[in-house]
Design a protein around this ligand. Structure first.
Ligand code: NAD
Length: 361
């Protein structure tokens, strides 16, 4: 198979971690007989330096021409980087919002996996994390409170601010379908999270999700109020397979879920549209504090590449091979500095990439 992949290395540690993910993808190509056709694209600060803007129309066009895009991270140190002297819509992160909109990426996927080997980094009690956990948070990304009408006005001498939370049934249906499709590739359970005891938008959410569930008789659906879900994530994270939720709840819950796994350097993510196309990137930022030192953890980006193979190319065996290679390397005791613990072997970014690529068979 020929895989046309847009590659945005980005800023800070981006180029270092993406290079390692490409190394692992190349090895997968070699072992499984695929060709990787990369188109290197500029975005964020790297694009500002060359084009004066964080994302050009040409980059969007080329990204749309690819089957999927693998991205590092965007942005620099806001206190010292000249990029932050620019108007807000010309700064690196503006490129991120623009590309998500241009590619219609409405579904954000963030796995939260606790590896047995990294249990020590988890802030939860051992009896809760025994056996690890593995969940996938699917967050609606282009609707709800963050995209609704907003205004700040003075009413009778009192400053008043409004933000509106709107969802229509089509927006809910398309993300619900995505969540059920993904549950079918996993343990076949969807927990839909809302605030249906208070919000109209949540009551519609629940109704539409239930209707979609009718097309997936093999998947178990449960509803959970968002406040309860925030508690359950730290009380009993093992109960979750796919968590489906709207934009703001997902923003908060996915950060909570990722914290209980322990390290930002391990967290992959994907943003999908209605086709097979997706943008795959680590959840962390560009880490300017460690950029160029060769110590960043490339595993989140490597696991994002595995998600890309699974969700954009339906190459499940190849994705499994990457995930297994990561688990084996951890089991053998290799660690980057962010996940280092006593008695383990510390390695840099490049060596970690070599080790994982070496385990692809
Ligand atoms: P950050 O995630 O870059 O860094 C937070 C901490 O985590 C730092 O100590 C960093 O060294 C560490 N860290 C992050 N990734 C790591 C990795 N792979 N290996 C080891 N350690 C890692 O967050 P921040 O410092 O708040 O933001 C830095 C820049 O990144 C800002 O410009 C911000 O806007 C940008 N950002 C970009 C994205 C994105 O591209 N999607 C997401 C978040 C932040």
């Amino acid at each position: 198979m020929n895989l046309k992949i847009g590659v945005i290395k980005g800023d800070g540690i981006g180029p270092e971690i993406v290079t390692e993910a490409m190394k692992v993808l190349d090895k997968v190509g070699e072992v499984y007989g695929h060709t990787m056709d990369y188109d290197q694209l500029l975005m964020g600060g790297a694009s500002i330096d060359v084009h004066g803007v964080p994302l050009t129309d040409d980059t969007i066009r080329r990204a749309k021409d690819c089957d999927a895009v693998l991205m590092g991270s965007i942005g620099g140190d806001a206190k010292t980087s000249p990029w932050y002297q620019l108007e807000p819509d010309k700064r690196p992160e503006a490129g991120l919002l623009k590309i998500r909109k241009a590619l219609n990426l409405f579904a954000n996927l963030r796995p939260a996996v606790l590896y047995e080997e990294l249990k020590g980094a988890c802030p939860l009690k051992e009896e809760i994390t025994e056996g690890g956990f593995d969940m996938m948070i699917m967050r609606e990304l282009t609707g709800g409170l963050y995209f609704g009408e907003r205004k700040t006005v003075e009413e009778n001498g009192v400053m008043t601010a409004y933000d509106s939370l709107t969802y229509n049934e089509n927006e809910i249906r398309r993300i619900a379908k995505r969540a059920f499709d993904i549950a079918m590739k996993r343990r076949r359970k969807v927990t839909s999270v809302d605030k249906a005891n208070v919000l109209d938008s949540s009551r519609l959410w629940r109704k539409v999700v239930e209707k979609v569930a009718g097309d997936y008789p093999e998947v178990t659906l449960e509803h959970m109020l968002v406040d309860n879900c925030a508690m359950q994530l730290v009380k009993d994270p093992k109960q979750f397979d796919v968590i489906l939720t709207e934009n703001m709840f997902g923003d908060i819950l996915s950060d909570e879920a990722s914290m209980v796994t322990g390290s930002i350097g391990m967290l992959a993510s994907a943003s999908l549209n209605e086709t097979k196309f997706g943008l795959y990137e680590p959840s962390g930022g560009s880490a300017p504090d460690i950029a160029g030192k060769g110590i960043a953890n490339p595993i989140a980006t490597i696991l994002s590449a595995a998600m890309m193979l699974r969700f954009s190319f339906d190459l499940d065996a190849e994705a499994d091979a990457i995930e297994k290679a990561v688990a084996e390397v951890l089991r053998e005791g290799w660690r980057t500095i962010d996940i280092m613990s006593e008695g383990k072997n510390q390695v840099g970014t490049e060596k970690m990439g070599d080790l994982i690529a070496g385990h692809i068979a």
